[in-house]
Structure formats: C-alpha cells, structure tokens
Design a protein around this ligand. Structure first.
Ligand code: Z5A
Length: 227
C-alpha cells in the first residue's frame, strides 16, 4: 500500500465492536489517549460515519422508526457509508503511517443486519468483497456484556439528549434482538480468532481499559516500544 519512497510503515487498523452501551465510545477514546502518550499518531473514527458524506448517511440510519428501512436497504446504506469512510478517512490515514481506531466496522453489519435481520452472511460477504476489496481490521476488540446492562447504560445516556436528536433507532428494537446480537458477535469472534479479542465489558471504565491495553500490547508491544 505504501509507495516505494514512502518510509512510514502502514499504520494499524483497530476496530471496536459489541452491543449498545458496552463502552465502545468510552474505550476508543481512552485507547487513543494512551497510544498518543506513547508517541503514536492515531485517529479516532466511527461507523456509520467517519467522513462527511458518511455522516449524512448516519443520520438516515440512526434516527426514526425501527422499521423505517427494509433490511437490504439498511445493508446498502451501511456499505455506502463504509466505502466513503474507507476511501476518504481510513485508507489515507493508514497509508500515511497513522493508526486508526474505529468505533464499529463491518462486523456490525454481519451481526445487526445478518444475524439480527436475517440477511445471509454470504450475501454480506459478497457486498463486502465488491465494495471494500475485502478490507478488514488488523485487530478487533469485542466488548462483551449482558445486553440488559448495556441498554441500561445507553438509555441513561440517551435520556440526557432531546427526543428529536436521539440516535436510538436500534436501541428501540426488541430485547430478543439484542440477545441475538450478543450471540452473533461471539460467533463472529470465534470464526475470526486471528484478529478478534473478546474483552468483558463489566467493571469500572479503568478496569476495562486495562484489559484492552493488555491485548494491544500483547499484539503490538514491539511496534509501540519502537516509537
Ligand atoms: N449498526 C448496524 O446496524 N450496522 C452496521 O454495520 C453498523 C452499525 C456500523 C450505531 O449506533 C448503531 O448502528 C448501532 C449498531 C448499528 N446500534 N445502536 N444503537 P451508535 O454509534 O450511536 O451507538 P453504539 O455503537 O451502539 O454505541 P453506544 O450506544 O453509543 O454505546 P457505547 O459506545 O458502546 O458505550 P459508551 O457510549 O461508551 O457508554 C455508554 C454509557 O455508559 C456512557 O454514559 C458511559 O459513560 C457509560 N459507561 C461506559 N463504560 C462504563 C463502565 N465500564 N461502567 C459504567 N458506565 C460505563
């Protein structure tokens, strides 16, 4: 991916996945801060979103009635946003040697639209190959929690936001949907053990951050120490 004259090695691409309220937004920021202190140039991004056009698509996806879109439209909207995010934000940063941490990526489509809404994984895989050239993170941290605990945390936070600005379309889906999601994420992790690390999301913010840092240093300690 780097040109021959570009001396900076490609950065690392780390995604965070998991159900609502498991602490992804909190932990991506903490990891970014910790890496920055070590001298690593790291950007934080998110899905859906992460680029101007993709953020516009985010608003279409996350507000309104739970049944606003049929599942296949939802898949295509997530991938429309993802391609924009990948080409305008993720790939240029990695090629410049920066590390990229994203709050969700394509595993969420396999869990939410696949296991959650019945779109076959083989269909999503084909769309992923065509639109991203089968591009995946180097490391994925799965924050695993009981959905009831996560939804409680997410709902407490949403209660502080006025109703028309709430990005709570998915949170309004039934409890059984969220249980299916947890199972789906754990299955996806089991199928992709080369890049997935399951981190229990229970406990204090600091305790979860320490678990994540252990995973990151176990994988990239030498690279981090070199900088
Ligand atoms: N989606 C999809 O369907 N398909 C796709 O392909 C993609 C996404 C990419 C994105 O919503 C939605 O899009 C998502 C899946 C779907 N469904 N929903 N909803 P989002 O980005 O707005 O929300 P989210 O990704 O689900 O995350 P979240 O609800 O914002 O939660 P979080 O980021 O995991 O947690 P948090 O914001 O860091 O923490 C929640 C609250 O708990 C907050 O007040 C924290 O201060 C608190 N917190 C965090 N950690 C702790 C600990 N350890 N103890 C106590 N309290 C804590």
């Amino acid at each position: 991916m780097n040109s021959e004259n570009d001396e900076s090695p490609r950065g690392k691409f780390i995604s965070f996945e998991g159900g609502e309220g498991t602490g992804k937004s909190t932990q991506v920021k903490t990891l970014q801060d910790t890496l920055k202190v070590r001298g690593i140039d790291v950007i934080l991004t998110r899905e859906p979103g992460g680029a101007p056009g993709a953020e516009e698509i985010r608003a279409l996806l996350l507000t309104g009635d739970p049944d606003k879109w049929v599942p296949m439209t939802e898949v295509l909207l997530f991938y429309a946003a993802r391609v924009d995010h990948l080409q305008r934000t993720i790939l240029p940063a990695l090629e410049a040697g920066k590390w990229v941490i994203t709050d969700r990526y394509a595993d969420s489509t396999f869990a939410y639209q696949g296991a959650g809404h019945g779109i076959a994984a083989t269909v999503i895989q084909q769309i992923h190959r065509i639109t991203t050239d089968n591009f995946w993170p180097d490391m994925t941290i799965l924050l695993d929690a009981d959905p009831e605990e996560g939804l409680l945390r997410a709902n407490n936070r949403e209660a502080e936001i006025s109703e028309n600005l709430r990005e709570d379309r998915f949170e309004k889906m039934a409890g059984s949907y969220h249980q299916r999601l947890r199972k789906a994420f754990l299955e996806i992790a089991a199928e992709n053990q080369d890049r997935f690390h399951i981190v229990p999301a229970a406990g204090s913010i600091d305790a979860v951050a320490r678990r994540i840092w252990q995973k990151v240093t176990a994988a990239y300690g030498p690279e981090i120490d070199q900088i």
